[in-house]
Every structure is written in structure tokens, then in C-alpha cells.
Design a protein around this ligand. Structure first.
Ligand code: SF4
Length: 215
């Protein structure tokens, strides 16, 4: 199958099974999304949503997070991994949003990256979700599925995968595809025991371990 047909197959299959894939983190304010995305590092969105359901009731504003004691925040988020680093990040984010960015989540990657806990992926997520910028964040699901589908090579780094995806797809489709890749990886093409039997992408899939297609 040529590259153009392969891209069309992926897009049409994703549109068929995941027509409404969107961000699954719960938030009502822009800064809450930033906090939720930082909390989601190496943690599921489900766990983050369980946590933020109470966290955002206790800390109702940027000032509440900035005024809070670091130990209290650590205690409030200790149900998720890396909570000490994440508590430090939350304090730094609240401080910078308050004093450097006038209580607004910045819309430039350069500014976003000045905050603790905000790396390239987190910044890209914020840029597509809040500002509709043409970014293609690569999380663990996008990373794995891109390789299985032959859109990136086995040894490619996260940055390389991002670069290849950006070259492969139209800019206007980045946001939708980013969400579709995540949902595909989360619910269909899982790391362990992916649902290969009915997958329409098996003809282009590079991951042929354990006779999955016989399942
Ligand atoms: S065939 Fe299986 S491993 Fe390959 S893309 Fe489909 S679900 Fe993923």
C-alpha cells in the first residue's frame, strides 16, 4: 500500500471508530488544565480526574495554590506517582501564573516551558487544547501506535516521532488525530493485549508478535 493510501486508511478508520475523541482530563478553568496535564505524567487520566475532583474544590484559584504550603499539596496529591516533584511543579506554576503571567496561561511555548513540570509534550497539549495551535503532542499511546502503524521507526525518539507525524498529516488534522491516537492506544491498540482481531489496520501493522491476528 502506498503512503497516501495508508494515511487515508488510518484517518478513515479512526473517524469510524473514534469520531468524537477529545481530551479526557476534567477542568473548568484554563490553569486547571495545565495542572491536570502536569499531574498526568506517568499516571492515567482517570486517576488524575479522581484526584482533581477534590483538589480543585480545595484550591479554588491560582492564589490558593500559590498560598498553600508545599507539604499540604504533597499530601493532597500523594495518591499519584511522582507527587513530590509534581507538588513542586504546581507551586512554581501557581507562582509564575500569578506574578509573571498576570493570572493567564501563556499562549507561547517559550513561556510555558519556563514553568516547572512543563516539558515539550505538556506545552504542546496546552497549545492545542487552549489555543488551537498546530501542534502534535506525543504521549505514550501516540508513540507506541505510530510505531506499530509504521509511521515512525522502532528506534525513533519522541521528538523524531513528533517530527514524522507533523510531516505525515495535514496541520488542520493534528488536534483531532492526536486525540484519536490517544484513544486508539488507550482502548484498542493497548500496550498489552491489543484488540487486533477486528482491527482494520492490521494490513499495515508492523507489530506481529505472538500471532495476535489469530486472536
Ligand atoms: S493490529 Fe493490533 S497492534 Fe496492530 S494497530 Fe491494530 S490493534 Fe494495534
Amino acid at each position: 500500500m502506498n503512503k497516501k493510501d495508508k494515511i487515508e486508511l488510518i484517518k478513515s478508520y479512526f473517524n469510524e471508530i473514534l469520531p468524537n475523541a477529545t481530551c479526557e482530563l476534567n477542568y473548568t478553568k484554563d490553569y486547571e488544565l495545565l495542572i491536570a496535564v502536569v499531574l498526568s505524567a506517568q499516571t492515567t487520566d482517570k486517576k488524575v480526574n479522581e484526584l482533581t475532583a477534590t483538589l480543585f474544590k480545595k484550591y479554588k484559584s491560582i492564589d490558593d495554590f500559590d498560598n498553600a504550603d508545599l507539604k499540604d499539596i504533597e499530601n493532597d496529591i500523594k495518591s499519584i506517582g511522582l507527587y513530590k516533584n509534581k507538588a513542586l511543579a504546581l507551586k512554581d506554576i501557581a507562582y509564575k501564573l500569578r506574578y509573571k503571567f498576570n493570572y493567564k496561561v501563556p499562549s507561547s511555548k517559550e513561556d510555558l516551558l519556563t514553568m516547572k513540570g512543563v516539558g515539550n509534550k505538556v506545552a504542546n497539549v496546552i497549545l492545542i487544547e487552549l489555543f488551537d495551535k498546530e501542534e502534535f503532542p506525543v504521549d505514550t499511546h501516540v508513540f507506541r501506535c505510530s510505531k506499530r502503524l509504521g509511521l515512525a521507526s522502532k528506534d525513533d525518539s519522541i521528538n523524531k516521532v513528533e517530527e514524522k507525524l507533523r510531516k505525515t498529516f495535514d496541520k488542520k488534522d493534528y488536534k483531532k488525530l492526536h486525540h484519536q491516537f490517544i484513544h486508539f492506544g488507550r482502548y484498542y491498540c493497548k500496550a498489552i493485549n491489543p484488540s487486533c482481531k477486528n482491527c482494520r489496520l492490521k494490513e499495515i501493522c508492523k507489530d506481529k508478535i505472538k500471532n495476535r491476528f489469530d486472536q
